[in-house]
Design a protein around this ligand. Sequence first.
Ligand code: DSN
Length: 424
Amino acid sequence: MDDLRRCDPQVHRAVAHETERQLAHLEMIASENFVSPAVREATGSVFTHKYAEGLPGRRYYGGCEHADQVEELARTRATTLFAADHANVQPHSGAQANMAGYFAFLSPGDRILGMNLSHGGHLTHGSPVNFSGRYFDVTSYGVSESDGRLDYDAIRDAALRTRPKVIVAGASAYPRIIDFAAFGEIAREAGAALLVDMAHVAGLVAGGHHPTPVPHADVVTTTTHKTLRGPRGGLVLCRQEHAAAIDKMVFPCIQGGPLVHVIAAKAVALGEALSPGFAEYGRRVVENARVLADVLLERGVRLVSGGTDTHLVLVDFVGGDLTGKQAEEALGRAGIAVNKNTVPGETRSPFVTSGLRIGTPAVTTRGMGPGEMRRIGGWIADVVEDVENEDLAARVRREVEELCRGFPLYRPDSPPGGPDLAEA
Ligand code: DSN
């Protein structure tokens, strides 16, 4: 940070303020996490200087021997961690991973069946404002109105009726276990390929706390920065028969030079996920989400599907006056970072919404447990009951800051800005 402070005080100041924000807030955006100092070090390494188009051993540039080594480590660790035939660790993001997966099976105009965004799906699963909705003919499935859960009979009916070439399973705001085996059966019956985007639950899958999609899917995509706790990026896993197609779609079809520094950091994070402590981390993420759900339900806060099996809860304001935007802003003033989210039965715009998504991966990395979740759940309920009350928000913020001081992101002997994960 000394070089940055000297050379560019404005950027340095923004980084310093962001560090303070992360230390003093409760980070409860379900897709965020804190990486280890080792992951950050690899991300900031000299590999940022290197061009390495191609794959290990088959590059279009010289001087790639060390880039080959980190990419091979990342690929091997990814296939070991998820028991997959093949991994491509180059996608810059989850969206690129999904694009590569689609392009391996589809031509423009082909039909896909994906989860409705307002029921918990993702933009890249067929939203009209995304490339997936613009390139492909999309049919959506959702959750059932009665219990907020995926209705596999209805998904099967939709698949047999519309005969998509690809069925997309996976979600960005669904609090329950997804039955990937059922999706696999539906895809086989409908003659479709199955692409599973496990970005949100990848870390839980790695730790054995969510069933793995790998045996059931043709292609599995993920980001590396959510529950998997790595650098921002994506990766694709697939059956051997699809390996060449996936690799070609990542490069040269949709990307140029891989981000070797990020691939190095992916290798580090995947190595951490292979360590025995990672399964315990996943167990605690889910336990914390359950405790949070219980406290909110006790306080009369409605949750989509009535609870959670995973790392997140989805608060449901449908039919009431309170919006997700108001709740997000009030909680932000109280020092709790969450995001407004569309929910089943949504009538408001994505900028307003009738829901709130709250996740436990980051606070769990910080070392918080059920006791802290009870306090946090109480604060969240207090604030959403009275979003206009500035005194309440200020009081909660003071208590949040005090709690955060008890859970520093890193120990004094760790480099600044990253958690010491030794006990996680
Ligand atoms: N934007 C991510 C999320 O918050 O779930 C998904 O890409």
